[in-house]
Design a binder for this molecule. Structure first.
Ligand SMILES: [Fe+2]
Ligand SMILES: [Fe+2]
Length: 471
C-alpha cells in the first residue's frame, strides 16, 4: 500500500444543500458551447419556456418539468457533432449555429448547403459533399435528429428526470404540421413541453442574432407549420411586452430563472445525486467524438483506483472521481474538425485544442458545489516541470488530486486509439510513461498505476458506484 503524499491536497468541498436547478443551470453553459450558441442560451430558453408554460396554465411539478425540459433540451447535442462535422465538412459548432437560423422553407436549407458546406475546402471537396448531402438529405437529417433526441432522453433519465422531461427532449424537433423529425408527430401528439421548448429555442436564437422584433416575427411566421398556433398566440401576448425581452437579455437572467423554480420542486442534491450528474455529463462529453467514447468514464475509474492505492479515503475520493469524469468537459467547446482530425494538428489547431483545459476549469467553476474541482480537473495537462498548459503550473502548486487525474488521463489516452494512431499496448504505455516521471508526472502516482495494472484492469471499467464507496 502506498502512503498518501502529504503535500498539496486540494480542499474538499461538501455538497450541503445545493439546488438541482442551479447545478444544471451551470452545466447548461457546456451545452451552449457544443451547439455554438451564445453563452446562456439554455438559461434564456428555459426562462422563456417557463413564462410560456405559466401562460398555458402549467403549475407545480409540470412547470418544473417544463423548466428542466427546456434547460436540458440540448443534452444529446454532442452525440451528432462528429457526424455534422464530417458530412458538412466544417466546424460543427458554426454549422449548428447557422442551421438554427435557417427557416422552415426547403430553399433555405439548399442555400445553407450551398454556402456553408466545405467552406474552407477545395471546390472538388465542396461539390462532392454537397452532392452527397442533397441526394441523401432526408435520411441524413433524420439520423442527426434521431441520435440527438434519443441520447438527450437517455441522459435526462440518467439525471433522474421523469418520462415527462425525457419524452419532451426526445420530441423537441417534431413540428405541429407533421414535418418534423425523427417521428413526424403532428399536433397534440407532440408532447406539450416539446412544443413549448421549440418555441423557446427559436425565440432565443433569433433574439440573440437579430433582436426582439425578429424573434417575435419568426415565432409568428411558424405558427401552424412548426408551432402550435395556440401556444404562439400566448407567446405573442407575453412577448409583446417590452419588459419580457429586457428580462431575457438581462445579466441576472440565471437568478430570475431559478427564482421562478416552483418551491415544491426545488430538489436538494446530495452526494449520490451529484455522482450521477457528474457521470451523466461525462457521457455527454464522451459522445462528442468517436475517439473519446468511454474516456471520461475510464479516467474516473482509474482515478478512483489510483486514489485508493494512494490511501485517499473513499469519501474524499468522491469529489475527485467527479472531477475526473468531467476533466474534458471543455472539449464540448472544441470543433470535431480538430478533435477527430486524422493527422497531426497545425499550430492554430493545436492552440484551439489546448483551450479545452481552461474551458473545463471555467465550466466547473460555475457549478458552486464543484468549484473545488475546477482547478484540479482543469489542470490535467499541466506538468511538474511547468511546461504544460493552460497555466504552466509546476510541482510547487500541482495538487495530488491533479497529479492522479493527469496520470489516469495520460494512461487512458495512450492505450486508446486516436484518429492518427493505434492504441498502445499497456506494457509499452508504461514504458513510455516511465520516461515522464519527475518531469511531467508524479513518481508515487506512477508507482500506483503500475500496481493497478499488475492487479488487472477490468475490460469495461466503471467507477465505483456511491453505495460501493460507502461500503
Ligand atoms: Fe484533456
Ligand atoms: Fe482527457
Amino acid at each position: 500500500m502506498f502512503q498518501p503524499a502529504a503535500r498539496h491536497f486540494a480542499r474538499v468541498q461538501r455538497v450541503g444543500n445545493a439546488r438541482l436547478g442551479e447545478i444544471l443551470g451551470a452545466f447548461s453553459y457546456a451545452l451552449d458551447l457544443t451547439e455554438g450558441q451564445p453563452a446562456g442560451h439554455s438559461i434564456r430558453a428555459a426562462w422563456i419556456g417557463v413564462q410560456l408554460g405559466i401562460a398555458a396554465g402549467l403549475e407545480g411539478q409540470e412547470l418544473a418539468d417544463c423548466l428542466y425540459a427546456t434547460l436540458l433540451k440540448d443534452l444529446g447535442c454532442s452525440s451528432n457533432a462528429a457526424r455534422v462535422a464530417e458530412l458538412f465538412v466544417g466546424d460543427d459548432r458554426t454549422l449548428k449555429q447557422g442551421f438554427k437560423l435557417i427557416g422552415p422553407d426547403g430553399a433555405d436549407f439548399l442555400r445553407f448547403v450551398e454556402e456553408e458546406v466545405g467552406r474552407r475546402e477545395s471546390e472538388a471537396v465542396r461539390s462532392a459533399a454537397r452532392d452527397h448531402l442533397l441526394t441523401h438529405a432526408a435520411p441524413i437529417l433524420t439520423g442527426f435528429i434521431h441520435t440527438r433526441c434519443t441520447q438527450g432522453a437517455t441522459i435526462a433519465r440518467r439525471l433522474r428526470f421523469s418520462e415527462n422531461v425525457a419524452t419532451a427532449i426526445a420530441s423537441l424537433d417534431e413540428h405541429w404540421d407533421g414535418s418534423g423529425m425523427p417521428r413526424g408527430l403532428a399536433g397534440n401528439a407532440i408532447p406539450l413541453l416539446s412544443r413549448i421548448a421549440l418555441i423557446a429555442q427559436v425565440a432565443d436564437v433569433f433574439y440573440m442574432a437579430e433582436g426582439a422584433s425578429r424573434a417575435l416575427a419568426e415565432v409568428k411566421a411558424r405558427a401552424d407549420t412548426w408551432f402550435d398556433p395556440y401556444l404562439v398566440s400566448l407567446f405573442v401576448h407575453i412577448a409583446g411586452k417590452p419588459q419580457f425581452w429586457a428580462e431575457v437579455g438581462a445579466i441576472h437572467i440565471e437568478k430570475s430563472l431559478f427564482a421562478l423554480e416552483p418551491a415544491q420542486c426545488t430538489v436538494a442534491v446530495d452526494e449520490d445525486y451529484l455522482d450521477d450528474i457528474a457521470m451523466a455529463f461525462g457521457q455527454v462529453i464522451d459522445a462528442k467524438s468517436p475517439y473519446t467514447g468511454g474516456h471520461s468514464n475510464r479516467v474516473a475509474f482509474f482515478t478512483d483506483r489510483l486514489g485508493e492505492l494512494l490511501g485517499i479515503p473513499a469519501e474524499e475520493r468522491r469529489p475527485l472521481v467527479r472531477g475526473a469524469a468531467l476533466h474534458d468537459i471543455g472539449k464540448l467547446g472544441v470543433s470535431n474538425r480538430i478533435l477527430d482530425k486524422a493527422g497531426p494538428l497545425d499550430d492554430e489547431e493545436w492552440q484551439e485544442m489546448k483551450r479545452h483545459a481552461g474551458l473545463s476549469r471555467d465550466i466547473l467553476a460555475r457549478v458552486g458545489v464543484m468549484r473545488s474541482m475546477a482547478m484540479m480537473a482543469g489542470s490535467h495537462h499541466e506538468r511538474l516541470d511547468g511546461t504544460g498548459y493552460p497555466l504552466g503550473l509546476d510541482a510547487r502548486t500541482l495538487s495530488l488530486e491533479t497529479r492522479i487525474i493527469s496520470v489516469a488521463d495520460y494512461f487512458d489516452a495512450i492505450t486508446s486509439p486516436r484518429p492518427y494512431r493505434a492504441a498502445m499496448p499497456v506494457d509499452a504505455a508504461l514504458t513510455v510513461m516511465a520516461k515522464d516521471v519527475g518531469s511531467a508526472i508524479d513518481g508515487d502516482v506512477f508507482a500506483a498505476l503500475q500496481t493497478m495494472v499488475a492487479d488487472g484492469i477490468p475490460e469495461q471499467p466503471l467507477p465505483k458506484l456511491p453505495e460501493m464507496l460507502n461500503g
